[in-house]
Structures are given as C-alpha cells and as structure tokens.
Design a protein around this ligand. Structure first.
Ligand SMILES: [Ca+2]
Ligand SMILES: [Ca+2]
Length: 81
C-alpha cells in the first residue's frame, strides 16, 4: 500500500448512500442494494453528528470507501453505458 497520508485528501462521490435507512447502503437513483462495498478500515463510521450518508472513494485509503457528509462538494463518478 502506498502511503498517501501526506497528500491532500481527494474524495470522489459514488451514488452509494444510506440516506433512507441508516446502515442500508443502496445505489441512487434505483435504490438497488449495494453488493460491492470496499470500505476502508473503520468505515462506515457515521462521523460528523450522524449525517454521513454518502459513499465516497478517497485517496488516503487507496480509494476504498468512506461514508461522508453528502453536502460536501466533491468530484463524482458516473456510470456510462
Ligand atoms: Ca449513514
Ligand atoms: Ca466515514
């Protein structure tokens, strides 16, 4: 694993979220349950007063998943056919 902790945090939003039911991770907009959830160690940790309901991929953990505050502006990843 590459040590990226000295680099600025870069996080990209996916469409994964647990907005409707806490702890039930689904893809927007279909609400299809997420089967592939490569969480970083210790995630999801529902940080920041319990409002971390969106799944991002961040560089400090080799782009594994982190639950974070959906209101944070981030680049995002879209699915393409
Ligand atoms: Ca949550
Ligand atoms: Ca988190």
């Amino acid at each position: 694993m590459v040590d990226r902790t000295s680099q600025p945090i870069i996080e990209y939003w996916t469409a994964g979220n647990d907005i409707i039911v806490e702890g039930r991770w689904v893809w927007a907009p279909s609400s299809e349950e997420m089967e592939f959830k490569p969480w970083a160690p210790g995630e999801p940790n529902q940080n920041l007063n319990g409002i971390d309901d969106c799944a991002g991929l961040y560089n400090h953990q080799d782009f594994r998943m982190n639950d974070d505050n959906c209101d944070e502006p981030r680049y995002f990843i879209c699915e393409n056919e």
